[in-house]
Design a protein around this ligand. Sequence first.
Ligand code: NAP
Length: 250
Amino acid sequence: MRRFVDRVVLVTGASRGIGKATAERFAAEGASLVIVSNDGAEAAAVAKELEERGTRALALAADVSLPAEVDAAVASAIEAFGAIDVLINNAGIAWEESFLDIEDGNWRRIVDVNLNGMFYVAQRVARYMAQAGRGVIVNMASTNGLVGEEKYAHYNASKGGVVLLTKTMALELGRKGIRVNCVCPGYIQTPMSEAIDDEAFLRRYIDEKIPLGRAGKTADVAGVFAFLASEDAAFITGEAIVVDGGQLAF
Ligand code: NAP
């Protein structure tokens, strides 16, 4: 399938993990890519890999929690490519911390990146899409935005916010030709999850909680991002799509 030929797709947090796999998926389907991450060198390495495979790719460094950096990145993307047709608003951070011990600065950092950053990027790109009269935005939420998990109060709160941000954006932007959905992955093996959990934890987690009997792969999520961004999803907006191997079916 090459559903995104002549389309420009901006992916935040595309230097590794789910974001990188998603950039690769869109590139394989013909898109031009804007690779955004905090660390410009890592973004540039991904853009170079894509270019070597024949994809037009631009790397931009921006901390999504800083509005001025987001403004500059969105302006650079539009200057370089003339459009942003699809936004995959994926950048995020997570770590475990018991509710009673969460330090204010840690609470603020997670909400700043995962919720405020999602808003800054989505609003700036949506302003451009509203002028163009079309566009697709897919935000990264989590199963942790739908149900609670111990030791993740800050993360869960930020992702719950993303789900309702998504639904409200869908209500306000539909008549401007913009669809907005979010994806709620369960356990996906990425540098983020590998930094938090060891193998024994993961084996137990899979046995106890995931009906399909395995952890998710980055490609499992990338394929859903691509579906939601495509014309196959032309009548879907305001949805939170769960990608969790059946975990929330319990
Ligand atoms: P990851 O491997 O740690 O990748 C995170 C990406 O986000 C990196 O490219 C990182 O780049 C970027 N990033 C982090 N903070 C940023 C900031 N302030 N500004 C710009 N970029 C920033 O994580 P992942 O597991 O792929 O997670 C990606 C998204 O999926 C996150 O929103 C996460 O919450 C969500 N998610 C993950 C899982 C899972 O099980 N892994 C499940 C549900 C949802 P830099 O290093 O340059 O900052």
